[in-house]
Ligand binder design. Structure first.
Ligand code: ZN
Ligand code: ZN
Length: 243
């Protein structure tokens, strides 16, 4: 993968920087180069590019990962790519790729009472500009070719095409795998929309098995391992009571 044109950083440990957008949070992971995880709504595009310049990450950006195919995570992909199409690559999971390329939302399935109430509002989200996906992910992938020590791992559940970024120091960026009820507050909940609750439980348990201590989320957070363990137990108890 060509990374010419990017300057070299000398950071020994990947550093996570949160960028607050109207559609939720995007994250930059900077080390020798930088990667961006998620990109907000289309109306966040200008602010996102401006923040990447202010934080001095844009010139080192090699990869933008869309954790999944929802418009509050894919809206700024095209604008960021446009800054240097030869260097900045777009990546997402194979199951999210058709939605990212068409600028459509992956299916939403209400998992909670609030999810049922919120369903009509999801269709009101503005669609994203479709963007060609350069790297279609199927399994776990190293981020080293993009200058960052870490991995992209599939974490399906919220949608079937969800991925998370796992960093060696015990941090993970998990998109909508975990979120607060309305994107605010400190307590993680089962996402309002969860396409497959069994897969969600496996994905969350899998991250806990990797000794993640800090979970950076698309809406709210960060969450601790203890909070996430409690949530998993709560959801498992509820599923046992109401299979
Ligand atoms: Zn989502
Ligand atoms: Zn979201």
């Amino acid at each position: 993968m060509a990374t010419s044109g990017a300057s070299s950083r000398d950071i020994t440990k990947p550093r996570v920087t949160r960028i607050e957008l109207r559609g939720g949070s995007a994250y930059v992971v900077g080390q020798r180069r930088a990667i961006l995880v998620d990109s907000g709504l289309v109306r966040d595009s200008e602010r996102l590019v401006r923040r990447l310049i202010e934080l001095d990450f844009l010139r080192d950006l090699t990869l933008v990962l869309a954790t999944h195919g929802h418009a509050d995570h894919t809206g700024g992909l095209a604008a960021v790519k446009q800054e240097d199409p030869g260097r900045i690559k777009i990546a997402t999971h194979a199951a999210a790729t058709p939605f990212v390329e068409a600028g459509r939302n992956a299916p939403c399935r209400p998992a909670t009472f609030l999810g049922h109430l919120a369903c009509p509002f999801i269709s009101m989200l503005p669609s994203s500009p479709g963007v060609e996906v350069d790297i279609v992910l199927d399994g776990e992938a190293s981020l080293l070719p993009y200058g960052v020590e870490g991995w992209v791992v599939p974490t399906p559940g919220h949608t079937l095409g969800c991925t998370s970024v796992v960093l060696p120091g015990g941090e993970a960026i998990v998109g909508d795998l975990l979120m607060t009820a309305f994107g605010r507050g400190p307590v993680p909940r089962l996402p309002l929309f969860t396409q497959d609750v069994s897969l969600w439980r496996q994905s969350v348990a899998g991250l806990l098995d990797r000794d993640i201590h800090t979970f950076h989320a698309g809406h709210g957070g960060p969450f601790s391992a203890q909070q996430v363990r409690q949530l998993l137990k709560h959801v498992e108890r509820r599923r046992t009571a109401n299979p």
